[in-house]
Design a protein around this ligand. Structure first.
Ligand SMILES: Nc1nc2c(ncn2[C@@H]2O[C@H](COP(=O)(O)OP(=O)(O)OP(=O)(O)O)[C@@H](O)[C@H]2O)c(=O)[nH]1
Ligand SMILES: [Mg+2]
Length: 202
């Protein structure tokens, strides 16, 4: 799939700063360091568009990117990079701020069409991952579950690891498949774009 356009639009501290032009949105969310910004750069084939870092907690703002996919006519939407949660050095206040900001976003953003929820293929989902999935369920937002950093496991171990992640999720996520993804190798990229298009056109 050709990416006709991918540009940074703005960073927002809270919901009231976010763009008001009603362009449909897909948001990327997951714990800090899980690979949200890397996934975005891989998806959009633009190195360095979203800032990545090996230090957890890099993205603390709501970042908007305007994207156009090469369909006829082009499919234009925002991809939103939401702040990560659960990094070890976060203070209690920061955790509460994160929760407030993300729940507010999920609850009060009518242009939000779907969420891409990232889970690290090598890690047990955390209580905050579960909280997030429960919010998503209660606000009835379509979700795409993605297991990141698949390149960190040999192919022979990927499906067992995926099943392990799946089994640890709350029942609300039981019927969801999980997409294997690597921003290093591009595994899962075309599938993910396909699922995003399905949500936007659905
Ligand atoms: N091996 C491997 N490393 C990855 C992959 N995706 C991300 N990483 C690494 O994981 C670290 C965190 O990646 P980011 O994309 O910055 O993670 P993030 O979720 O945006 O983090 P925050 O903004 O802090 O919430 C970086 O060192 C990346 O290079 C992947 O698919 N494979
Ligand atoms: Mg980030």
């Amino acid at each position: 799939m050709k990416i006709v356009k991918a540009e940074f639009v703005k960073s927002c501290v809270e919901l009231s700063d976010c763009p008001k032009d009603d362009l449909p949105e897909i948001a990327v969310v997951g714990r800090s360091n899980v690979g949200k910004s890397s996934l975005l750069n891989c998806l959009l084939q633009r190195k360095g568009l979203a800032k990545t870092s090996s230090t957890p907690g890099k993205t603390r703002l709501i970042n908007f990117f305007r994207v156009a996919l090469g369909l006829n006519p082009p499919l234009t939407f925002y991809i939103v990079d939401l702040p990560g949660y659960g990094y070890a050095k976060a203070s209690m206040t920061q955790r509460e701020e994160w929760g407030g900001m993300v729940e507010d976003f999920l609850a009060h953003r009518p242009s939000l069409r779907g969420l891409v929820v990232l889970l690290d293929i090598r890690r047990e989902p955390s209580p905050l991952d579960e909280q997030l999935l429960l919010w998503i369920q209660s606000y009835k937002i379509p979700v795409i579950l993605v297991a990141t950093k698949s390149d960190q496991l040999p192919r022979s171990r990927q499906s067992a690891a995926l099943q392990h992640v799946h089994a640890s999720l709350p029942p609300s996520a039981e019927n969801q498949g999980i997409l294997l993804f690597s921003s290093k190798t591009g595994q899962g990229r075309e599938d993910l774009i396909g699922k995003i298009i399905q949500i936007l056109q659905g």
